[in-house]
Structure formats: structure tokens, C-alpha cells
Ligand binder design. Structure first.
Ligand code: AKG
Length: 293
């Protein structure tokens, strides 16, 4: 099967792309999960969330998209066909108008899981990155630290698809081993997109990253309820949505409540990123030359 990551095609099971491994075998064992995280840089859990709750949230998100005129008249909850010329949507913020969605990502089970994984009471950023990704949409390769590195670095991103999400709809893809790239961590990993006025994507070319750093990309088909989480220093991107349907997913963040949190993402109305005009932003290519990367 061919998989399109950021516009480049790879064969699943070939030299450049493999399946993500599930950690369901050690789900109830926090120490084993921490060890797996150190080893793999990510944890995939099938059925992490209550599937019915995820599907209820999906229906509410699709109702919102429909009210915005983003769905084709033929669309159903199972087949959310995008309206002609329709664009994606990014619902960045606390999303308090979607309680069924918060019921998943802020659920006591989710918070309890992260408290156990982190070894103390967890908090989640109030800001949530909820996306409806349209045809052709994808995310370029990046570390999350460049967007949210002003508090503790011990933060985890949980990526949750809201609906059954095969790779052709746009799934999370990770570059295996990229959590151990010391030079990348010491250079790009010290960047702050707001302070440095720079775009956060390190690359839009997944093949280039394999040539430079080695490793393989990994992704998989997700079912509603499945989720993957990873630390701030793992290069990840998404496969491209090559369908005429919306890919709905959210990335949410968790850390120890006792550690400092990046203030941009916390509170009643988190302030988020500082907007900069494109002409005020420096090109990452220049920085990469400076870093020798
Ligand atoms: O959903 C996507 O396209 C990208 C998600 C992402 O970059 C993240 O979870 O940090």
C-alpha cells in the first residue's frame, strides 16, 4: 500500500515506512510504559478512549462544521463529504462550546492515565488543537517543543482522531528514533516560534529527513477510540488527506501539575501564539544552515 506523507509517497512495509507498534500489552503498567516511551519515543494505545464518547463528540463537531457551511449536502456522520471548494478548519482554543469533545480529552480516565504515567497529578493545557483537515491537507515534520517550550519540557502530546481514520484521511506519522537526535534537540529544539518569529515546521520533505538522520517513518490506520502520545522531542507529521472527506482530530497536552506550564496555553482565554506577518518571519532554511542541518 502506498502512503502519502507530506506529499511524498512511500510503500508501507518498505525500507522507509512501517506500522506503529501498539502498547496495549503494557497498558496497565506505568513503569513499562515509561520504558517504552524512552525506547520508542511514542505510545500507541488501541481503544484508549471510550469509542462511544469519541463518536458522540465527532457528531457534535460535524454539526458545527455543517452550521459553518463546510459540508456537502450529501454528507453524513460516517461520510463527511467536504462542500465544493470547502476549506479545513482549525478550532484552536478551549472549545467550551463542545462539551462532548472535552468529555473525551479531559475525561477522568484520560487525566488519571496521565497522572499515573507521569507519577503525580496531571494537568492538561486549556488550549486544544482541534482540526478538520480538508483534501490535500497535511502537517509538516516538527518537534512540538518549538510551540510550547516555555514551561516544563516534560509535556506529552496526545493525538486523538475523532472517527475511524485510515491513513488516506490523514494520520499521525512519526520519524522513528528522532527523539534521540542530540544535535537537532540542541539547535532546532531550542527554538521558540514566537520569540524567533519563525515557522515551526523543520521540513516538508520526509525523505530528506531519512537521508539526514536515518530511521523510518511509521503510521497506521486508527479507529475511533485509538490514540497515540509522545514527548516534545519526536519529529512527527501527518499523512496527506487524499479523500474528499474531513479528517477530524485533536492534539491535546498533559504534564505534571506541580511543574511550570507554558502560560500561552493555560487559563480561561489562553493567549496562544503572537501573530506575525509572513514578511516579519525568518525562514527556517536560514536557521538550518546556521545549525549545520
Ligand atoms: O494532526 C495533525 O495534522 C498534526 C498533529 C500534530 O502536529 C501534533 O499532534 O502535534
Amino acid at each position: 500500500m502506498k502512503v502519502n506523507i507530506c506529499g511524498s509517497e512511500f510503500e508501507m512495509g518498505g525500507p522507509h515506512l512501517t506500522e506503529l507498534r501498539s502498547s496495549n500489552d503494557i497498558f496497565g503498567d506505568p513503569e513499562a510504559l515509561r520504558e517504552r516511551m524512552r525506547e520508542d519515543g511514542y505510545i500507541l494505545i488501541r481503544g484508549f478512549h471510550d469509542r462511544e464518547k469519541v463518536l458522540k463528540a465527532r457528531a457534535d463537531i460535524l454539526d458545527k462544521l455543517n452550521a459553518m457551511g463546510k459540508l456537502d449536502p450529501s454528507a453524513t456522520y460516517d461520510n463527511p463529504v467536504i462542500a465544493a471548494g470547502g476549506k479545513g478548519a482549525m478550532f484552536g482554543g478551549p472549545n467550551r462550546d463542545l462539551p462532548s469533545f472535552l468529555d473525551v480529552v479531559n475525561a477522568p480516565e484520560t487525566m488519571g492515565f496521565f497522572s499515573s504515567f507521569l507519577g503525580g497529578p496531571a494537568l492538561t493545557f486549556d488550549y486544544k488543537w482541534l482540526r478538520a483537515v480538508a483534501t490535500g491537507g497535511f502537517t509538516g515534520a516538527h518537534y512540538d517543543i518549538v510551540y510550547m517550550g516555555r514551561g516544563t519540557k516534560n509535556v506529552y502530546t496526545l493525538w486523538t482522531p475523532f472517527g475511524d481514520t485510515p491513513v488516506e484521511l490523514g494520520t499521525l506519522a512519526v520519524l522513528l528514533g528522532s527523539h534521540r537526535l542530540d544535535k537537532l534537540k540542541a539547535t532546532y529544539g531550542e527554538m521558540d516560534v514566537d520569540r524567533d518569529r519563525m515557522d515551526g515546521w523543520f521540513s516538508r520533505d520526509p525523505g530528506e529527513l531519512i537521508d539526514k538522520f536515518g530511521g523510518r517513518w511509521a503510521t497506521t490506520d486508527f479507529r475511533a477510540g485509538d490514540a497515540i502520545f509522545f514527548g516534545m522531542y519526536l519529529l512527527h507529521s501527518s499523512t496527506e488527506n487524499t479523500t474528499n472527506r474531513f479528517r477530524i482530530s485533536c492534539d491535546t497536552r498533559y504534564q505534571l501539575a506541580s511543574e511550570p506550564a507554558d502560560e500561552r496555553w493555560i487559563g480561561e482565554s489562553p493567549k496562544g501564539h503572537t501573530p506575525h506577518k509572513p514578511e516579519e518571519r525568518a525562514a527556517i532554511e536560514e536557521a538550518r544552515k546556521r545549525w549545520g542541518l
